[in-house]
Design a protein around this ligand. Structure first.
Ligand code: ARG
Length: 588
C-alpha cells in the first residue's frame, strides 16, 4: 500500500499542477501544530521565489483546487503562505480497512528480497553471560525480526567464542585439578567417556580462576598457551575435552537465550573456520594482499581519504598464531561460500568500531566479498547504572545476566501482586513476561549507539515510555474485546468507521503511519523507531479510551466500528512487540 504521506503529497502536487505551478511543490508533512491541523504543506513558500508571487496567493490558488478532494478536507491557506489541512475521514477509514485486510498492515514487500546474515549474541563458551552480552542479543534479535517482517531472508548466527586462549585456560586448570583424567593420558587410544567430567557451575568457576592465575603466574599462562596450541593442532584428548566443554556450555546458553526469547538459526563459532584459515592466508599472500611486517603478516587497509590513522589488519602474529580478526575474515569467506548473503550485519559494543572498519576494508580489498555486498557494523553503547558507570552488581562485580533477570522478575512479581489476590503460579508467569518487556523495551527504545541508564524502577513502571505500559495497553484492549465476545458478539466481520471524535481520529492517524515507520525501521536497522511508534500509538489509544464509552455505546454499528478499530490496534501492537522480541500476557 502507498504510504499516507505519499498519497496526500500526490494529491497536493496535482493541485499545484492544476493551478499552474510545479507539481513537486506539493510535499506534505505531519503538522507541527496539531492544534491547528493534521498535515501541512510549505510548497507555496518555495514557489514564491520561482513564480515571483506572494506565497499566500499561491497557497490560495492551490486550496481552491482542493475543494472537492476525497483525500483531504478543511484545506486552508494561512499567512504567510502555509497550506493547512486535515485528512478526509472516509478516506482515513478506508485506508485503515485496507490495512486490516493486509497481512503486513500495508507494508509492501520488496521486489527483490535480500539475503541478510546477522552475527549477534557472540557469547564466549564456558564464561557466564553478563549484561554486556544482553544488548547484542536483544538488539540483534529485533533487527533480525524486523528484516524478516520486511520480507527479507535473514539468518542469525550466534558466532560463539569457542576457540581462543580461554579454552586452553580451562583445559590447563582441569589438568591441575584432575591430572588423572584419561584425556591427559597421551598413550590412551580407547574411546573417551560420554559424560563430561564437570558441570556447568564448575565450568563457570574454573574459567575465572584460571584466568586470574594466568595473570599472576607466567608459567601457568605458558602452559595454557601450549594447551591452546595442542587443542588447535588436534590432540585427541584435548579435542574430546573441548567437545565436552562446548556441549555443557551450549546447553546452558540455549536455556539462557530461550529465557530471553532470542533464537539463532546457526550455532557456529570461531572454531568452525579453523581449518580454512591456512588456505585463506595462502590466498592473501599469493595475491599480494598480505605481506610480512615486523615478523607479522598484515594487510594494509588505510585509504587516502582517511582523516584518522587506520592501522593495518594483522592476519598472523609473528609466532604464526591467528587472531580475532583472522577468524572473522575466515568466517566472512565461509559465509559467502555457504550462504552468499547480500548483507552482513554485526552487533557488538561500539568499542569495536575501528576493529570492524579494518576487517571490512580487508575483506573488500582481498575480495572475500562481492563488490556489492553490504557490510554493516552496529556498535552499541554501554548499559550504565544510575551512577552513570557500567552496570554492576551492588557489590561492584560484573552483573551476570541470570542475576539481572532474577532481580527484575522479582521486582515485577512484587508490583503485580501488590494489594491484589493473584494465584501464585499465574503471577509468576505474568511477572516473567512483563519483566522481559521491561528489559527489552528499556534497551530498544534508545538509539542503539547511545549509552543508556538501566533504571529498574523506571523500566518496570506501568506508566511512561516503558515495556509494561505498552503491555498494559494491549491487555486493556484485549479485555474490552473479550467482553464484547462474552456479550455474544463476534469481532470478525466488523468494519472500521469514520472517526466520530478528534481523539478517535488521532488514533487512526497514528495507526496509519505503520508502513512508513516499518520501512524506516528496516532501512536504518532501528528498533527504537518501532518503540517510538507504539508508544505514540498507546498514548493515542488511551486518550481515545478515556473519553469513549465503548461497551456501553448504544448504536450497535458505531460500537462494532470501535471494535474493528481495537482489533487492528491490538494486531499492530502485538506484531510490533513481537518484532521487539517480547509478548503480552492475557491479563496483568
Ligand atoms: N565473542 C566476542 C566477545 O565476547 C564477540 C563476538 C562478536 N562477533 C564477531 N564476529 N566478532 O567480545
Amino acid at each position: 500500500m502507498k504510504k499516507i504521506l505519499d498519497i496526500i503529497s500526490e494529491e497536493i502536487g496535482k493541485a499545484f499542477e492544476n493551478a499552474g505551478y510545479e507539481k513537486t511543490l506539493g510535499k506534505v508533512t505531519l503538522s507541527n501544530r496539531p492544534d491547528l491541523c493534521e498535515y501541512q504543506c510549505n510548497g507555496a513558500m518555495a514557489g514564491a521565489k520561482l513564480y515571483k508571487k506572494a506565497p499566500i496567493m499561491i497557497a490560495q490558488d492551490v486550496a481552491a483546487q482542493l475543494k472537492d478532494s476525497t483525500i483531504i478536507e478543511n484545506v486552508e491557506a494561512v499567512n504567510p503562505g502555509f497550506l493547512n489541512m486535515d485528512l478526509n475521514k472516509a478516506f482515513l477509514a478506508q485506508y485503515l480497512c485496507d490495512m486490516a485486510a493486509d497481512e503486513k498492515f500495508g507494508l509492501d514487500m520488496p521486489k527483490e528480497p535480500k539475503k541478510i546474515l546477522i552475527d549477534y549474541g557472540g557469547p564466549n563458551v564456558a564464561k557466564p553471560l553478563h549484561v554486556g552480552h544482553l544488548r547484542s542479543a536483544v538488539i540483534g534479535e529485533s533487527i533480525k525480526r524486523i528484516a524478516r517482517f520486511a520480507g527479507h531472508t535473514v539468518i542469525g548466527d550466534i558466532h560463539l567464542g569457542d576457540w581462543g586462549l580461554q579454552m586452553g585456560l580451562i583445559i590447563t586448570e582441569l589438568q591441575e585439578r584432575k591430572p588423572q583424567l584419561v584425556y591427559f593420558d597421551e598413550s590412551y587410544t580407547g574411546e573417551y567417556p560420554k559424560e563430561a567430567p564437570f558441570t556447568i557451575s564448575e565450568l563457570e568457576e574454573i574459567y575465572p580462576t584460571a584466568s586470574a592465575k594466568s595473570k599472576e603466574d607466567a608459567a601457568y599462562k605458558e602452559k595454557a598457551m601450549e594447551a591452546t596450541f595442542k587443542l588447535q593442532s588436534g590432540v585427541r584428548g584435548y579435542r574430546a575435552l573441548w567437545n565436552h566443554i562446548i556441549a555443557v556450555s551450549v546447553s546452558d546458553l540455549k536455556k539462557n537465550y530461550e529465557n530471553l526469547n532470542v533464537e539463532f538459526d546457526l550455532w557456529k563459532g570461531e572454531s568452525d573456520v579453523h581449518d580454512v584459515i591456512p588456505g585463506m592466508v595462502d590466498y592473501m599472500k599469493k595475491e599480494g594482499y598480505a605481506y610480512v611486517s615486523d615478523g607479522a603478516l598484515v594487510v594494509d587497509v588505510k585509504e587516502e581519504t582517511d582523516t584518522k590513522e587506520i592501522p593495518p589488519c594483522m592476519i598472523l602474529k609473528s609466532d604464526g598464531a591467528s587472531l580475532y580478526n583472522t577468524t572473522d575474515l575466515a568466517t566472512i569467506m565461509e559465509r559467502m561460500k555457504d550462504y552468499n548473503p547480500d548483507k552482513l550485519i554485526y552487533l557488538t559494543d561500539k568499542r569495536q568500531d575501528l576493529y570492524f572498519e579494518q576487517v571490512f576494508r580487508c575483506a573488500r580489498k582481498t575480495k572475500l566479498v562481492r563488490p556489492e555486498t553490504q557490510l554493516l557494523h552496529i556498535g552499541f553503547g554501554t548499559m550504565n547504572g544510575k551512577d552513570g558507570k557500567p552496570f554492576k552488581t551492588r557489590e561492584g562485580g560484573v552483573m551476570r545476566l541470570e542475576r539481572l533477570m532474577d532481580d527484575i522478575n522479582q521486582e515485577m512479581y512484587k508490583k503485580i501482586t501488590e494489594g491484589r489476590e493473584v494465584e501464585k503460579k499465574e503471577a509468576e508467569r505474568t511477572a516473567k513476561i512483563v519483566a522481559l518487556s521491561a528489559i527489552k523495551y528499556g534497551d530498544l527504545s534508545n538509539q542503539a549507539s547511545k549509552d543508556y541508564i538501566f533504571d529498574i524502577d523506571r523500566f518496570t513502571s506501568f506508566e511512561g515510555d516503558t515495556g509494561p505500559y505498552i503491555l498494559y495497553t494491549i491487555v486493556r484492549i484485549k479485555s474490552i474485546l473479550a467482553k464484547y465476545v462474552q456479550s455474544g458478539k463476534t469481532t470478525e466481520n466488523t468494519t472500521i468507521n469514520e472517526p466520530v471524535t478528534k481523539n478517535q481520529k488521532n488514533l487512526m492517524i497514528e495507526i496509519s503511519g505503520f508502513n512508513a515507520m516499518m520501512e524506516n525501521a528496516y532501512e536504518e536497522s532501528a528498533p527504537h523507531k518501532v518503540c517510538a511508534y507504539i508508544y505514540d500509538l498507546c498514548n493515542a489509544f488511551n486518550s481515545f479510551y478515556h473519553e469513549t464509552k465503548i461497551m456501553t455505546e448504544e448504536d450497535e454499528e458505531r460500537k462494532a466500528g470501535y471494535i474493528a478499530l481495537l482489533v487492528l490496534c491490538r494486531d499492530i501492537l502485538e506484531t510490533c512487540i513481537d518484532l521487539l522480541g517480547f509478548e503480552a500476557p492475557e491479563r496483568m
